[in-house]
Ligand binder design. Structure first.
Ligand code: HEC
Length: 238
């Protein structure tokens, strides 16, 4: 357990490492946070509240969506970047406890966002997107075309609540497998590694049902190889 204070303008932030991935209950009855519904929500906010219609339900409903952070704080890009600078190495080290090679290596890859941004579609966590060398065309964004086999995109995350508590969030991973791996996911293998370094789910692997909702939502952008890319306001220039 790590505990740390960040002195930021107007906020004293207590940092604690938390499991961060236990399903929350009653999310669907919670009124939406209207303060910061950024452009990155892209209209998916409501879909997080209900099981997505486009895939067959397996397991409990709470396994079919991200556990949402209800009182996620509004940070400036500078504040988010400062917290991330202090936190990022420790995040990666903890993900690496899973034994997954992506979690051990992604911090050496190119990062495509200029500051962590609040992802409405990944539980209102602050996220950063990295892509490996094979996936370098990710940086062409909507012009990237289909990424080659061996491409990996990894998204780490942390949570800041309105009372200033900072905690680790999961690592979200997409790996492009051989043609024929899984038609519906466009041959992407989705994985989610918890904030405390456990592999929670993986397409065609352990806990596969926990990452089906990833496939379902990303299917909306099938025509751009299931990739949504980085929101414009924090996009690294191509
Ligand atoms: C409700 C829709 C939705 C769900 C569910 C969802 N994603 Fe995403 N995903 C997005 C959007 C939108 C982006 C780009 C903007 C952002 O990060 O918020 C994205 C970006 C990503 C990226 C960076 C690659 C890209 O598309 O640009 C990864 C990796 C990723 N998601 C993994 C996952 C994993 C793993 C899960 C399941 C645990 C998941 N996603 C669930 C909508 C979703």
């Amino acid at each position: 357990m790590l505990a740390r204070f960040f002195a930021l303008p107007g906020a004293l932030l207590l940092l604690t490492a938390a499991a961060g991935c236990a399903p929350t209950q009653n999310s669907s009855s919670t009124p939406a946070n209207t303060d910061l519904e950024g452009q990155q929500a892209q209209g998916f906010e409501d879909e997080l509240d209900e099981p997505l219609p486009s895939f067959s339900a397996q397991g409990a409903p709470e396994q079919q969506r991200h556990d949402r952070i209800r009182n996620s704080a509004a940070l400036t890009a500078q504040e988010a970047a400062a917290i991330y600078r202090a936190l990022a190495d420790e995040l990666a080290q903890t993900y690496a406890l899973s034994g997954d090679p992506v979690s051990a290596g992604y911090r050496d890859w190119q990062r495509f966002n200029t500051a962590p941004y609040k992802s409405m579609t990944h539980g209102r966590r602050y996220v950063s997107n990295y892509a490996n060398a094979i996936a370098r065309d990710y940086g062409k964004y909507e012009a990237a075309g289909r990424l080659p086999v061996g491409s990996v995109v990894a998204k780490d995350s942390f949570v800041v609540t309105e009372d200033g508590t900072v905690s680790a969030g999961p690592l979200f991973v997409m790996e492009k497998m051989e043609a024929g791996f899984n038609y519906v996911s466009g041959d992407w293998r989705y994985s989610m590694i918890s904030a405390d370094g456990a592999l929670l789910g993986r397409t065609k692997g352990a806990g596969a049902e926990r990452v089906e909702f990833c496939i379902a939502c990303h299917l909306a952008v099938e025509d751009q190889d299931h990739l949504f890319f980085v929101p414009q306001q924090v996009r690294l220039s191509p």
